[in-house]
Design a protein around this ligand. Structure first.
Ligand code: SAM
Length: 363
């Protein structure tokens, strides 16, 4: 019997998520095979003024690659499957509103010439938004994935308004790559929770920031993620009561609960962490401790959307879209149970229990 395509998609998505939680020798071997060791060829001296002492880079077509680049710790969705990742997210997401909101929260003077580092740039959604919103800025895009950066560089090359404004560096954020006090602003849209050691990476980024500079990150928050765990449990109960407890939506709810549960607590590596694309959810006490340890004078955490009236329903809808289930028919009883969370929780509490946050560190 042929599987309904949307059923097949969700089963595959759920399987992929579950598979990522189990150690896979094949994926470890595939990543190790990509590590080129020390790359040969003449170093490019053009960027010595911003690179940390000892760091050497090589030109690889339109991107600039760390001579010691290695893809350790990054999962295949950003490297081997980069084209699928780009197609799934880049076309669908316009980050202009999000980055605009981030710049407002961080009180950035948009008219001032400045040097901006975007971390975990992927194929560039946040970079292009920053470029539009900060017309005087020199922008450095960065990522560990050469595949995604090549897509970014290709797009830059195709647009008159972008050409010449963005430089792309391929390196691992766990390495000290830039000179101290090089950047006025660091932007990271969904990067910290992908890193094996967020503290080490943030220490490198903080050191590269000028005094008074800001690091603005968009990341999943623990308290709001726990609300999603509770909401998905409620949806599962409702689906079970209507006889749909083994259907695609129920499978997705189970997979997502497991996904979030496997990421709770302080970011300390567990046996399954390397296999997860999304490795952590963050809480404010952890972020405050991090700021103090890294010499950052303050950290402020805000909900990632100004209008919280449908924050849980929006999270549920985006999850369906991310899993290829946008077109699935959601039973009325499920919709009601999702809306119950939005109706029942007041605005003030929602600010504490928002699944995604904008985190602003000030040096
Ligand atoms: C969710 S994507 C971010 C998307 C991007 N900010 C955008 O605007 O489209 C996370 C990115 O982090 C990158 N990444 C993962 N581990 C990394 C590391 N150790 N160093 C640098 N980048 C890394 C991935 O390759 C991926 O492009």
């Amino acid at each position: 019997m042929r599987r309904n395509p949307s059923v097949a998609r969700v089963i595959d998505a759920a399987k992929r998520r579950l598979r990522r939680m189990l150690p896979s020798e094949a994926s470890a071997r595939a990543l190790a095979a990509q590590a080129p060791g020390r790359r040969s060829g003449p170093a490019d001296p053009a960027f010595a003024h911003i690179l940390a002492p000892g760091v050497e880079v090589l030109r690889d077509g339109p991107i600039i690659v760390d001579r010691d680049w290695s893809p350790a710790g990054v999962t295949g969705q950003f490297t081997d499957d980069a084209a699928t990742y780009h197609q799934r997210y880049f076309e669908r997401l316009d980050f202009t509103h999000l980055i605009d909101y981030c710049l407002t929260l961080a009180q950035i003077d948009r008219a001032r010439p400045c040097r901006v580092l975007d971390i975990g740039s992927g194929s560039g959604a946040s970079v292009f938004a920053a470029c539009r919103l900060l017309p005087q800025a020199e922008i450095v895009a960065s990522d560990i994935s050469p595949q995604l950066l090549r897509m970014l560089a290709g797009f830059v090359d195709s647009r008159d308004e972008l050409r010449g404004r963005i430089t792309t560096f391929c390196f691992d954020l766990h390495r000290k790559f830039f000179r101290p006090q090089t950047f006025d602003l660091v932007i990271g849209a969904a990067i910290l929770h992908h890193l094996l050691d967020p503290r080490a990476a943030l220490a490198n980024v903080a050191a590269a920031l000028k005094p008074g500079g800001r690091i603005v990150l968009v990341e999943p928050l623990e308290s709001g993620s726990l609300m999603l765990v509770a909401m998905f449990a409620r949806v599962l109960t409702v689906l079970g009561q209507s006889g749909a407890g083994e259907g695609p939506l129920a499978r997705l709810m189970r997979a997502m609960r497991l996904d979030i549960q496997s990421r709770l607590g302080p970011p300390v590596e567990k046996p399954w962490t390397r296999e997860l694309d999304d490795k952590w959810v963050f809480d404010t006490p952890y972020l405050e401790r991090l700021a103090a340890e890294l010499g950052l004078s303050r950290v402020d955490v805000y909900p990632a959307q100004p209008d919280l009236s449908q924050v849980y329903e929006n999270a549920f809808t985006s999850l369906l879209a991310d899993s290829g289930l946008a077109a699935i028919e959601v039973p009325q009883a499920v919709q009601d149970s999702v809306r119950m969370f939005d109706r029942g929780i007041g605005e003030d509490l929602k600010r504490e229990l928002c699944p995604t946050g904008v985190i602003v560190f000030t040096r």
